[in-house]
Design a protein around this ligand. Structure first.
Ligand SMILES: NC(=O)c1ccc[n+]([C@@H]2O[C@H](COP(=O)([O-])OP(=O)(O)OC[C@H]3O[C@@H](n4cnc5c(N)ncnc54)[C@H](O)[C@@H]3O)[C@@H](O)[C@H]2O)c1
Length: 233
């Protein structure tokens, strides 16, 4: 990462939830932050990470990048396969998995030029199967595998690639499902031995810390931050 210049971060999904908190914490730490989101923030142009042309156009407007945080994502429905809309399956893959690939791919040369870092968001949902979540689980397992693939391919370019795999985090994505009656907050909390959901602050702080010293020897890791959820009962 550059030491003498202002450090530049691209944060996808930076208009809400974990991405928004990453953008806030990075700005507080003196970074210049460019948000790529389908919803506009601070007059920045909208970017659809599922659409490679949109991502490539946004990449062409940058003048350097030290850190790419891939936080854009969608949850999709809770219908089981057999009752799931195939178009919705494709959309979850397009945003969560293809979107992560699109952004990393479009920023490869820029990241290489500055010895940059990519931090992706996988999920415990890619490790512990939940009914009705097949598309989301597959997309997040794909993000974990993409993280290891990119870390392996790009190590010789000096680019580190890591991911976090959170348990449930209290963000607008989860809040919407609670309000729609699809999820029960107390039951969600009870799935984690620490008996609560994570805060966006906790997840963002971990993602930003892992991108910087002293974690420079870490690449290809998918770091579980789940209040013990994957430990079993
Ligand atoms: N909240 C959780 O419990 C939880 C747990 C594990 C992983 N995650 C993952 O963390 C990431 C952030 O989730 P969140 O809970 O903060 O969600 P959120 O809904 O609060 O924010 C997601 C952001 O992504 C943006 N986005 C969606 N589709 C996009 C697209 N095609 N192009 C550009 N931007 C797009 C949205 O506009 C929004 O600003 C997601 O990848 C999610 O899967 C969330």
């Amino acid at each position: 990462m550059s030491k003498d210049q202002t450090r530049i971060a691209v944060v996808t999904g930076g208009a809400s939830g974990i991405g928004e908190e990453c953008a806030r914490q990075l700005r507080d730490q003196g970074w210049r932050v460019v948000v790529w989101d389908r919803h506009a923030t601070d007059g920045e142009p909208t970017v659809d990470v599922a659409d490679y042309a949109s991502v490539a156009a946004a990449a062409s407007r940058l003048d350097g990048v030290d850190l790419l945080i891939n936080a854009a994502g969608i949850a999709g429905s809770r219908d089981p396969v057999g009752r799931k809309d195939p178009a919705e399956w494709a959309q979850v893959m397009a945003v969560n998995l293809n979107g992560t690939f699109h952004c990393a791919h479009a920023l490869y040369e820029a990241l290489r030029a500055r010895g940059g870092v990519v931090v992706n968001i996988a999920s415990v949902a890619g490790m512990v199967m939940m009914k009705g979540r097949a598309h989301y689980a597959v997309s997040k397992a794909g993000v974990a595998t993409l993280t290891r693939s990119l870390a392996n391919e790009w190590a010789e370019d000096g680019i580190r690639v890591i991911a976090v795999a959170p348990g449930y985090v209290k963000t607008p994505m989860i809040q919407r499902s609670i309000e729609a009656g699809e999820l029960d907050e107390r039951k969600l909390a009870a799935m984690h031995p620490l008996n609560r959901l994570a805060t966006t602050q906790e997840i963002a702080a971990a993602m930003i810390a892992l991108a910087q010293p002293p974690f420079l020897f870490m690449t290809g890791a998918v770091v579980t931050i789940d209040g013990g959820m994957t430990l079993g009962k």
